[in-house]
Design a protein around this ligand. Structure first.
Ligand SMILES: Nc1nc2c(ncn2[C@@H]2O[C@H](COP(=O)(O)OP(=O)(O)OP(=O)(O)O)[C@@H](O)[C@H]2O)c(=O)[nH]1
Ligand SMILES: [Mg+2]
Length: 298
């Protein structure tokens, strides 16, 4: 069989729905999602194979102005992704203004000269059609997109149209992953991300941004069908630690049970999840700790 493939970066401002779109296209939860900006911190590979065509998506952190060493790392991942792929999907929302971050992304895409598709996401929230059209026009004037696709990653409306457009960008070449793979992330990394998602969902602004999750061990018991997972949640201050634990441990319990449920479903096994909270002051500005928490350039 003649095979086709394409590496496609998904880029955009924070919170526009890049990871939601990745999950919608792949049909599996590959990347965590939250209503807080800067949820995605690393490049995340999602894979969709249909017949002869394999699309390899690289979900990226939202493009923003870096304020910590961690966010410098994140922004570097975005730039690297654009430089590494065959095509890009620029995701945006249907409000009017084109932001600085979007302009920078467009400049990166232009510099690489790669084909790109413009996605206007969240059309389920659209109130004024003119907003969407204005946004489409403003961005289309800047680059000759292969296609402009309005869609909703949340409802799935329009996602197939995008996939049809992207399939056309695939060129003759080998499949780089097994046809039934949907991500390259190890289970341990996914488990850590699920825990971080529950922190994002349950905590306010600055706390989730300053947390990192490290899965210390993940072992299947020999005598029973149970997987023991030990994970540490690192935060930046004692006061944050207190809030993450909550009154009589109530917050940590909530985070733990929500995470456990989801990890069990994805591993299809019973999970015994133990969480600890530790403080590493200002870790987001410490190169060594950033690396230790898995943010390393491959
Ligand atoms: N109404 C609506 N909400 C959406 C849609 N797509 C994503 N969202 C919501 O938008 C928020 C951000 O979604 P994410 O997928 O985490 O966005 P992201 O671009 O990956 O964000 P970062 O990783 O922080 O850059 C979440 O609350 C999603 O549920 C959509 O089509 N419609
Ligand atoms: Mg994301």
């Amino acid at each position: 069989m003649e095979t086709r493939s394409a590496f496609i970066a998904i880029v955009g401002r924070p919170n526009v729905g890049k990871s939601s779109l990745l999950n919608a296209m792949v049909g599996e939860k590959v990347a965590i999602v939250s209503d807080k900006p800067q949820t995605t911190r690393n490049r995340i590979v999602g894979i969709l194979t249909r017949g002869e065509t394999q699309l390899v998506f690289i979900d990226t952190p939202g493009m923003h102005k870096p304020r910590t060493k961690l966010s410098e790392f994140m922004v570097r991942q975005v730039r690297r992704s654009v430089a590494d792929v065959d095509a890009a999907v620029l995701v945006t929302e249907p409000e009017k203004e084109v932001t600085k971050a979007e302009r920078e992304l467009l400049d990166n895409i232009k510099a690489m000269g790669i084909p790109a598709v413009l996605v206007i996401n969240k059309i389920d929230t659209l109130k004024r059609r003119e907003d969407m059209l204005e946004k489409m026009q403003a961005l289309s004037a800047e680059y000759e997109f292969e296609a402009v696709v309005p869609l909703s990653a949340l409802t799935g409306d329009g996602v197939d149209i995008l996939l049809a457009e992207l399939s056309q960008l695939a060129e003759e070449g080998p499949h780089f992953f097994d046809d039934d793979d949907f991500t390259d992330q190890p289970e341990r990394v996914i488990a850590g991300e699920v825990i971080r998602e529950k922190i994002l969902n349950n905590m306010r602004e600055e706390i989730p941004h300053g947390t990192a999750v490290s899965v210390e061990s993940m072992k299947e018991r020999e005598d029973k069908d149970i997987i023991d997972i030990d994970a540490v949640i690192y935060c930046e201050r004692d006061s944050h630690k207190g809030m993450l634990i909550g009154k009589q441990g109530s917050m940590l319990k909530t985070i733990g049970s929500q995470a456990r449920e989801e990890i069990e479903a994805f591993l299809d096994a019973k999970v015994n999840l133990k969480l600890w909270v530790k403080v590493k002051e200002d870790w987001r500005n410490k190169e060594g700790l950033i690396k230790q928490f898995g943010f390393t350039e491959e």
